[in-house]
Write a protein that binds this ligand. Sequence first.
Ligand code: N01
Length: 540
Amino acid sequence: MDMPKIESRVFDALVVGAGFSGLYQLHCLRDKLGLSALVLEAGAGVGGTWYWNRYPGARCDSESHGYCYTFSKELFDGWEWSERYPGQPEILRYLNYVADRLDLKRDIRFDSRVKGARYDEGANFWRIVTNDGAEISARYLITAVGCLSTANIPDFPGLADFKGQWVHTGQWPHKGVDFSGKRVGFIGTGSTGIQAIPVIAETAAHLTVFQRTANYSVPARNAPLTPEFRHYVSENHAAIRRATRSTQNGQPFGIEDRSAFDVPPERRLELYEAAWNKGGLQFRATFRDLLANKAANDTAADFIKSKIRQIVKDPATADKLADIDHPYAAKRPPIDTDYFETYNRANVSLVDVRVAPIEAITRSGLQTRDGREYALDIIVFATGFDAMTGPLLRMNIAGRDGLTLAEAWRAGPRNYLGLQVAGFPNLFMITGPGSPSVLTNMPVAIEQHVEWITGCIAHMRERGIARIEARPESMDRWVKTVNEAADATLLPMARHSWYLGANVPGKPRVFMPYAGGMVRYRSICDDLVRKGYEGFALSR
Ligand code: N01
């Protein structure tokens, strides 16, 4: 058997991950700062989340004109989106277009997963080892691993003995899955499930959806972009960039500056109806207090629940779908194409696994606690991710004195700004826990972090600074800030959400993303740079 080729190489910077963040980070370090940089990527191609998540119906919930890089007008002008919301294959083509235009692939090592990373204090280098034995040293280690890239596969007894096929949506086979004529079991009704269920229902012989938590969803109203809209986009790069950088959620649309109670109930319903017909995440922007005031939120929640009951014909199924236990948008709000309509199909049925949880996977299907057995040929797990911390912890990162990130984060991901952790000098996290990331339009959060990190490294090199590291007291302050920002919203009321780590057994329950908004976050980051990297320890 051939032994894997062992490499030992030294770089200024090592970036882990070749998705949206890793690609831009490589471009900034190599082409703007002139550093030697390498990207390690576990997949065989670029794309990150869009490389792995190839499930039927995979599509971005942000609108295409805002879901792209805006740092370069040439890149922006050289690409034209075809639909209101880009599908997975189109986003993957887009990221390949970017990688090719910027000539990035020559500095990406594909099929390389980080097995371990250790800070060598004497040499002030990070020593990184990959699954195939390559050893890389780098002054700066930058994680661009995404927030939702470690699949969460529940530990159901019996899965190994299932004689059918099973798949997780985040590890979808490249050759696809043929559902035609098959009895399919589908577990999970988050954003992913809500996208995939209607598409799989079209070909499956029968689709049984196992729902643990009922979920809101608003129609996406996806459609091909009109020539007029394409023209608007091509003429308005600067305005779109300005808009995405001026809104708290990084979207090209703002949140209406009115309370749900500023208008009479009939007018409120009209506004919800208009937002429902327009479709998309903008529904949440109808009133400014939907995520801050439970009574305001109830008006939106009641509207969506009444829509579910209108759409779904079988009252018992409608009851299960509308029995939602959390405020609207306190979990990431999905948008859909014919999700609730799908339950009117004769080949689709819904099982409430909150009432009777899944007990085991059997050789021929799935068994619930009430003793019922479901015969299945294929099981799809749309059961989400070990979000935000999972991809970081699985790299086995050890900082000063061998302190592992897992030890440092035993009680939750303590960090400063979602960028750095005390004890881990020159380690930067792009969209780490503690940053706005998943509560915003990701490319906007990514551009901000990449540009901040690039500016920081440039600052260090200009001044001969060898190390930067978060101060422990800055982390304490930031953890408090993150908690306060979350507590000012209804987000913590969704007690089972992955924002809190509640979807992974044993994971510390800490609200992870910063909910104070992108504009405030950007100004905090810029401000502390002006104050000489306040809160960080810099040393020569
Ligand atoms: O994962 P989820 P997802 N038994 O964790 C259920 C992003 N995204 O992949 O709610 C039974 O939201 C679980 O039930 P419960 C987006 O940020 C973006 O759907 O924990 N059920 C839930 O229903 C999103 O939020 C796009 O009770 C179990 C589901 O599985 C994030 O990815 C598109 C279970 C998991 O939902 C994750 O979404 C799609 C068990 N043991 C996704 N364990 C874009 O537009 C879990 N579940 C870019």
